[in-house]
Design a protein around this ligand. Structure first.
Ligand SMILES: [Zn+2]
Ligand SMILES: [Zn+2]
Length: 202
């Protein structure tokens, strides 16, 4: 037992502990920003859809599943063909939202993704539709923010508060809308977010 006491008293251990505490405090601060910013992103998307298509902001929809509104295209991260049909669109085929809203929201989510460009490797490219539930887009802005998580595995993380540090930083980096909260230029290959992510993976 005394061995453990020695380890705890060591400066290296204390530094490690301080770093972990620091990361936790940073995560809490970032969470507040992401939650507020996600609400602003939703409002911006709705204003844009109103401007382009005249669909008023009070019109909401909770009927469309994500595969309903996402066009089937093997170029996105979730459409995979097995025995001749797409596993993502197996139950819900692409169709038009009755409120003429969700398909447009889907397009706007893509528009705000930093890596929507088709020249990017597929695993980095565009929103991660597997993570989100389009039926909740009008009720819970976090379901929109989830599209900007970098990879699968967050499907059941329904609240921003349950998202890990990596996930929050990825949302901030992958959604161009969040650039306004940074002094650093996130278009640069090396920026404050990529540096943090790199440190996390060491
Ligand atoms: Zn598909
Ligand atoms: Zn809809």
């Amino acid at each position: 037992m005394s061995d453990y006491k020695d380890i705890i008293r060591k400066p290296e251990t204390l530094n490690w502990f301080k770093a972990a505490m620091g990361m936790n405090i940073t995560r809490h601060c970032l969470l507040d920003i992401v939650k507020q910013a996600s609400r602003e992103l939703y409002d911006t998307i709705r204003k844009e859809i109103n401007r382009k298509h005249g669909i008023l902001e009070h019109v909401v929809c909770s009927q469309c599943h994500t595969p309903h509104v996402l066009p089937c295209d093997t170029d996105n991260k979730c459409c995979h063909y097995k025995y001749g049909s797409c596993t993502f669109h197996d139950i819900h085929k692409s169709q038009r939202c009755r409120a003429y809203l969700c398909n447009e929201m889907c397009k706007e989510i893509v528009y705000h993704h930093r890596f929507r460009n088709r020249t990017k490797p597929k695993s980095f490219r565009g929103p991660t539709w597997d993570n989100t539930d389009a039926r909740k887009w009008c009720a819970d802005p976090w379901q929109i923010a989830k599209c900007y998580l970098s990879k699968d595995g967050y499907k059941d993380v329904n609240k921003a508060d349950d998202t890990d540090f990596n996930g929050i930083v990825n949302v901030l980096l992958n959604c161009e809308f969040f650039q306004m909260y940074f002094k650093d230029d996130l278009t640069q290959k090396e920026n404050v977010c990529t540096k943090v992510l790199l440190l996390q993976n060491v």
